[in-house]
Design a protein. Structure first.
Length: 278
């Protein structure tokens, strides 16, 4: 995914998914209260869009398959490429496709109650494999690029811990909310990485893009800094971006929580009967 568009596209999809889960987690907790709250790893669309109840699972599965195919399609040429780095990226999306596909199959066959808890295990596998493949990545992420990827690993590790807690304690609202927020953070960080590492005008002061020719007119390489001082400044800037993005997400969450608490119609937006049927 060493390009701007794949980073931004994946990040935008993760951000939307995380925001969807954040809003629905808060609304569900407000509706059911602490005693009846149950962690969900996907949320159906309610009235008046109940026809598209499984849209989230279909979206995640479709996006994962497209992302896998994109890793092997040697754009702009019409042939396949099976490089190790492409296989690593595709494997991350493979586990996401397994989770969404298996969960969708269970829901369509009304077997979710019989296999209760399996979706949590599959969700944990998504983050564990992502962390594993990021940590032992074949690409040599050095310097500031390596720092951005290290911060990404921090997000994925925290997501893994949250999903394990949520799967083991299905009534744990903080774990469910933190997991949703971390998905948003991961999506925002993907987009931030794309812009900061692959847009020359946004590269930190004192640093520049090292572009290598791979014969396909693609930008492959990393951001390199001219001095140790510039490198330290770039790392500090990355840390600040991480903190600011997280702050923005928390502000959004606080506003949604306050609005949901004060709104009399908040609970009506998620129909209780829909959850009783699932």
């Amino acid at each position: 995914m060493g390009q701007l568009v794949p980073h931004v596209a994946s990040g935008f999809a993760f951000t939307l998914l995380g925001l969807w889960h954040t809003v629905n987690t808060i609304k569900t907790y407000n509706l059911k209260g602490s005693s009846n709250f149950k962690v969900r790893f996907w949320y159906p669309l309610d009235q008046p869009f109940s026809k598209f109840k499984y849209l989230e699972l279909i979206f995640v599965f479709s996006f994962s398959i497209i992302a896998i195919f994109r890793q092997f399609w040697d754009f702009p040429f019409v042939h396949l490429s099976f490089k190790v780095i492409n296989l690593e990226h595709a494997s991350m999306f493979l586990h996401l496709a397994i989770f969404s596909g298996f969960t969708l199959y269970n829901e369509l066959n009304r077997s979710s109650n019989v296999l209760s808890g399996i979706d949590g295990v599959f969700a944990a596998c998504v983050f564990s494999q992502e962390l594993f493949l990021l940590h032992f990545h074949s690409a040599d992420h050095n310097g500031i690029e390596g720092h951005y990827h290290w911060l990404l690993q921090v997000i994925v590790f925290a997501s893994l811990v949250s999903v394990i807690v949520a799967a083991c304690c299905p009534s744990n609202f903080p774990a469910a909310l933190i997991l949703s927020l971390l998905v948003v953070l991961q999506g925002c960080w993907f987009m931030n990485m794309g812009f900061m590492l692959w847009v020359p005008n946004l590269v930190p002061k004192g640093c520049s893009m090292r572009v290598m020719d791979n014969g396909k007119d693609e930008m492959l390489g990393a951001v390199i800094c001219a001095s140790e001082e510039a490198d330290m400044r770039a790392r500090a800037l990355a840390n600040l971006q991480f903190s600011w993005i997280l702050a923005g997400i928390l502000i959004f969450t606080g506003i949604i929580s306050i609005k949901c608490t004060k709104s009399e119609n908040c609970s009506s937006k998620i129909q209780l009967t829909d959850y009783e049927q699932l």
